[in-house]
Design a protein around this ligand. Structure first.
Ligand SMILES: *Cc1c(COP(=O)(O)O)cnc(C)c1O
Length: 499
């Protein structure tokens, strides 16, 4: 198979932790640059350091001294120790690791973008501001919201902005006694964390045996203390919530507001809108659904959108269009204030804009169809004896599939996840959602051709057979780092510091 060949090639010179550190390669006086040999220049710049005023000059910056080729090899080797969607399938559920088109990278790297400064007068960055304005309109259209603020730079920060807006709105309307937020037990961990950070008490909503939140259950949990509910649709089991409209109605009639966790909009894009399901606040993860790079800690963008009645509560700045053109408005009447400098991670916003404009409305709808098809195809290709659907109704399964590994072995899901790395593919998300035993969460996204989905399913099925026969061994073997000690990896932290 293709991946076998690819991995044999990689093993030929596999980067590993045994490589010397760049610091260890250093030799005093070795340089990676040349001062021109022309005699006139030479005599003028005999001591280039002398050109820097003595008061700001450092005697030693203690940087490694290497040749240009050594530096090149060092960084290329580091890049080989990584995995990325550009090397293989990356079905890390809930993370939507889709392909990031290269054209967006080119545009984000253009001079106009690279050299723009956040403190530039607005009249000199009208082009960029107009793009942010149009992006804001597009996101409002996609979600059925009235207005967006783009600045929040992650899903979690968008959530915090959202619940802070709910809190301020309720206080302004004489409802400051409402201090509880409902959060389903299938929710992403950031939901209860954001609610708690905003000063709310978190009330857990149990899902039923089909992985669904029932309106009756929500209704029974609503009281005059209910500030709102954070809801993820489709939920983290990859299932559409069939009673979402009834749940919204129940929370609204109890006086609360509805928050939509739209980190994973891939299933609804161009097909259905949270605004039409009764949500008042949403956040989107541009670094997931809208094809901007993520992994390794950012940068991201988690814009937050609201219905009309909350429009003045958005974090500032928001982009406005007036007689004098486009501008950043810091004077929203009830704003919760700024959460991030300027307009946020502008290059990420630009990439999302390019993605939306490339695809258009019908293209976005095709994305969601393909993402849902790929997840369902992958799930159907798995051995049903080995990987059991965690919950529910097939018709509700959307952009990702959560399965439970059928095994008595402790840590079976972890073993499968480690073994798949040897096939040159990324592991699924494991042990999430928490309500699923030995969970694997697979999200292939719309990017993968069917042959790759077939290879992935074949790999998982083969791994399961090996595991059952006791022949899995100590996996992974082909990666730069083998099986790590999960406990030791986080505690105690022992850093290999060499200077
Ligand atoms: C990723 C994710 C988040 C958090 O987004 P970050 O950008 O990582 O902060 C929240 N909810 C769901 C469902 C997610 O998948």
């Amino acid at each position: 198979m293709r991946w076998r060949r690819c991995f044999e090639l990689r093993r030929f010179r596999q980067a590993s932790w045994d490589e010397p550190l760049i610091k260890e390669l250093s030799r005093p006086g070795r340089v990676g640059n040349l001062i021109p040999t022309d005699s006139k220049i030479r005599s003028k710049y005999k001591d280039p350091a002398a050109l820097i005023p003595a008061s700001v000059r450092r005697d030693s910056v203690n940087l490694p001294e290497l040749s240009e080729l050594q530096v090149l090899r060092h960084y290329n080797r580091l890049s080989q120790m990584n995995f990325s969607v550009e090397l293989g399938m990356y079905p890390l559920g809930s993370c939507t690791m889709k392909y990031n088109p290269k054209v967006s990278e080119t545009i984000a790297g253009s001079d106009g973008m690279k050299y723009a400064h956040p403190l530039q007068p607005p009249e000199t960055v009208q082009g960029l501001l107009s793009i942010f304005y149009e992006l804001e309109r597009a996101l409002s259209e996609v979600t059925g919201m009235s207005r967006f603020s783009l600045s929040t730079s992650a899903g979690a920060q968008g959530e915090l902005a959202g619940v802070l807006m709910i809190r301020k709105y309720l206080r302004d309307h004489g409802e400051s006694g409402r201090d509880e937020i409902l959060v389903p037990d299938s929710a992403h961990g950031t939901n209860p964390a954001s609610a708690a950070m905003a000063g709310f008490r978190v009330v857990k909503v149990p899902s039923d045996e089909n992985g669904q939140v029932r309106a009756k259950v929500v209704e029974a949990l609503c009281t005059d203390k209910t500030a709102g509910m954070m809801f993820t649709v489709p939920n983290t089991l990859g299932l559409f919530e069939s009673e979402v409209a009834e749940v919204s109605a129940a929370v609204h009639s109890a006086g609360g507001l509805m928050y939509y966790d739209g980190a994973n909009m891939n299933a609804l894009l161009g097909r259905a809108r949270p605004g039409d399901m009764g949500f008042d606040v949403v956040h989107l993860n541009l670094h997931k659904t809208f094809a901007t790079p993520h992994g390794g800690g950012g940068p991201g963008a988690g814009p937050v959108g609201v219905s009309r009645k909350l429009a003045d509560y958005l974090p500032v700045p928001v982009v406005t269009k007036g007689k004098k053109g486009f501008a950043l408005d810091y004077d929203l009447k009830h704003s919760i204030g700024p959460l991030k400098g300027f307009v946020g991670n502008s290059a990420i916003l630009l990439r999302a804009y390019v993605y939306i404009r490339l695809l258009g409305a019908t293209g976005l709808a095709d994305v969601s169809s393909l993402a849902v098809l790929a997840a369902n195809y992958l799930w159907k290709s798995l051995d049903p004896e080995a990987f059991v659907a965690s919950h529910g109704n097939e018709l509700l399964r959307k952009h990702e599939a959560v399965v439970s590994v059928k095994s008595e072995l402790p840590g079976a899901a972890l073993s499968v996840a480690k073994a798949v790395l040897d096939y040159g593919m990324h592991a699924p998300t494991v042990y999430f959602p928490l309500i699923v035993h030995e969970a694997l969460m697979l999200e292939p996204t719309e990017s993968e051709p069917v042959e790759v989905l077939d290879e992935y399913a074949a790999a998982l099925n083969e791994i399961y057979r090996k595991m059952k026969g006791g022949a899995l061994g100590d996996v992974p073997r082909n990666t730069s780092v083998g099986r790590v000690d999960e406990v030791k990896a986080s505690h105690p932290m022992t850093l290999r510091v060499h200077w």
